[in-house]
Design a protein around this ligand. Structure first.
Ligand SMILES: CC(C)(COP(=O)(O)OP(=O)(O)OC[C@H]1O[C@@H](n2cnc3c(N)ncnc32)[C@H](O)[C@@H]1OP(=O)(O)O)[C@@H](O)C(=O)NCCC(=O)NCCS
Length: 223
């Protein structure tokens, strides 16, 4: 069995971490697109897009072209969200990981190696609820495709939970999107529970029904 080592991030990990993060984000537009295709309002758009040119100018070519345009727009909606999320994150907390995550109390960034090869990552930041409850937020969870389904994400979750427990936090919280079904299954199997789901506010996100889903793991015997 492969030996897993979870260790703190170091400078030389950046190319692998950045590549994995971008690849992780690029997986979701297609799932978002297939979800969008199952929504009744998008079916209506497709049917209208087909019928309008056919009925008004009698062009089957334009009718087909219209359907293609609607499908491309739906695909681009999911792509826009995840690509701008990746760009925003890379220009934000991941721009200088040591400065953001390794020099501040309550923050951390880990990578996991399997037989010496980089295979995944996770991060933690402090999170304070309105009542002042001190929690840890789990972020940047990703495992390379070839090593999925081997319990690596579970190990990373436990790393964050243990970190939060030592910091005296009551819970580990996180948010993800409902289209990230591998992640939502994984968090549930670790013991996280869904606290709520909220719609995203943008028009394009609503068109493809992108929703935030929030999870919480209550740390047993926390102070
Ligand atoms: C989500 C992700 C981190 C899971 O990593 P992983 O190492 O394959 O997960 P694990 O092997 O630790 O699986 C843990 C549990 O989740 C379940 N799980 C993982 N992927 C699943 C899937 N696609 N469908 C159903 N269950 C799944 C496993 O069955 C396991 O449950 P079990 O122990 O009860 O059998 C990985 O798929 C990934 O990197 N995805 C892309 C990036 C992403 O979405 N990150 C989440 C950001 S919030």
């Amino acid at each position: 069995m492969a030996t897993l080592i979870v260790r703190q991030y170091k400078h030389s990990d950046f190319p692998a971490v950045k590549k994995l993060f971008i690849e992780g984000c690029q997986e979701h537009p297609s799932t978002t697109f297939y979800q969008a295709l199952r929504l009744p309002h998008n079916w209506l758009l497709v049917i209208l897009g087909f019928l309008l040119p056919l009925v008004t100018i009698g062009s089957i070519l334009l009718a087909i072209l219209d359907v293609v345009v609607v499908l491309v727009v739906l695909w681009l909606c999911g792509r826009k969200f995840f690509y701008s999320y990746a760009a925003h994150t890379l220009a934000g907390d991941m721009k200088d990981i040591p400065k953001y995550y390794l020099q501040r109390e309550g923050y951390n960034f880990w990578v996991v190696e399997s037989d010496g090869e980089f295979v995944g990552m996770v991060a933690a930041t402090p999170s304070f609820l309105p009542g002042g409850e001190k929690n840890t937020e789990l972020k940047r969870m990703c495992v390379i495709r070839s090593h999925r389904g081997k319990g690596i994400a579970k190990v990373l979750c436990r790393t964050v939970i243990e970190f939060a427990r030592k910091k005296g936090c009551k819970a580990v919280v996180l948010s993800t999107t409902t289209v990230q079904t591998s992640a939502t299954h994984m968090y549930r199997s670790v013991g996280f529970r869904c606290t709520h789901i909220s719609y995203m506010t943008g028009f394009t996100e609503r068109l493809v029904k992108l929703q935030w889903i929030y999870f919480r793991y209550d740390i047993p015997n926390s102070k």
